[in-house]
Design a protein around this ligand. Structure first.
Ligand code: ATP
Length: 311
């Protein structure tokens, strides 16, 4: 059984170069390199696997880079049903100077055509009967229709699948019409789609209510070290997290999404769900590796997250 399926339309090989300093226009000597299978949806997949589930990864993949990603997932024991495309999967390069300054180069990734979309839709039909929760994370590939997440949302509704969507901008706004089960915008993403201020707690709560009105069934607004605000038709909840020594918060949002998916699959009530998902975000922040948590930390921090029902 699969139960949790993830979609990463535009995965990447995340490559890291460590250098002493970058001198523009000169030859640079690289101290060390590292390459991992990246993309927000793949981070979610990896954390679901660590949490003990058996997720299936989907998305577009191609070329040598695609083969690399599939092999990385195989080593982690993660199943995939990627849709093969002719173009090459992208690289994203992060150059770290002196262990401090990070400069990122993000490729756009492949251009997707109608036949690729058709192939993807056939692939998704094949896994739908085994899926209880479908998570889609990140942005589209080039040339994908803006309403594609909405289309997936409708497929989920027709098949009684809970659709968790973690994306931004117009694709998120449009997809709200398909009434996704859960969305997890941060405050920057909310500013983009609602064009309102979201500084104070009251502003965060009214933005969340607006997103419920626009169609989301559950809204989680993650606030980094301030925890999160969670809203649905039954109320508004606040989760406060303890102070920690964060070493890498990239991927904490993805780990939170993994926590939500696994918690929802296991039938957790809202208080336990928020403790579990925040603990996943915290554990990711405590580890250098992106999209990585430990069960020991998740268990420990679950007990330290404070959940309050505000209204
Ligand atoms: P990303 O896009 O990098 O995955 P995000 O902006 O979507 O991140 P955040 O709000 O930064 O997500 O983090 C998600 C959750 O992780 C928070 O709600 C919190 O539980 C935990 N978290 C993140 N950063 C910290 C921190 N510095 N201290 C404690 N907890 C943190």
């Amino acid at each position: 059984v699969i139960m949790i399926t993830t979609i990463t339309f535009n995965p990447s090989i995340d490559r890291m170069y460590r250098v002493n300093s970058i001198n523009i226009g000169e030859v640079q000597r690289v101290i060390s390199t590292n390459a991992t299978a990246g993309g927000k949806g793949l981070n979610v997949t990896k954390v679901c696997k660590i949490l003990g589930e058996n997720p299936l990864a989907m998305g577009f993949i191609g070329g040598f880079n695609g083969a690399f990603i599939k092999d990385e997932l195989r080593k982690l024991g993660i199943k995939n049903k990627f849709t093969e495309i002719k173009q090459e999967t992208r690289n994203c390069l992060n150059i770290i100077e002196d262990n401090k300054v990070s400069t990122e180069f993000l490729e756009k990734g492949p251009i997707i055509g109608n036949s690729d979309l058709e192939k993807f839709e056939n692939d998704i039909k094949e896994v739908i009967k085994d899926t209880k929760i479908l998570i889609a994370s990140g942005s589209y590939c080039q040339n994908m229709p803006l309403d594609y997440y909405e289309k997936i949302g409708h497929i989920c509704r027709e098949n009684n699948i809970k659709f968790i969507l973690d994306t931004s901008g117009e694709p998120l706004k449009i997809a709200l019409k398909s009434k996704p089960y859960l969305i997890k915008p941060n405050t920057d993403e909310i500013k983009q789609i609602l064009r309102t201020n979201v500084e104070s707690r009251d502003e965060v709560i009214s933005a969340g209510k607006k997103l419920l009105e626009m169609g989301a069934q559950n809204v989680c607004i993650s606030l980094g070290k301030e925890g999160m605000i969670y809203l649905n038709e039954y109320g508004v909840y606040e989760a406060k997290v303890p102070k920690i020594e964060a070493v890498n918060t990239v991927g904490s949002g993805d780990s939170t999404i993994a926590g939500f998916s696994v918690g929802i699959l296991r039938g957790y009530e809202v208080e336990d769900l928020l403790k579990f998902s925040n603990a996943c975000g915290i554990s990711n922040a405590l580890n250098i590796e992106t999209g990585f948590v430990t069960l020991e930390e998740v268990e420990k921090y679950q007990g330290l997250v404070k959940v309050t029902k505000l209204s």
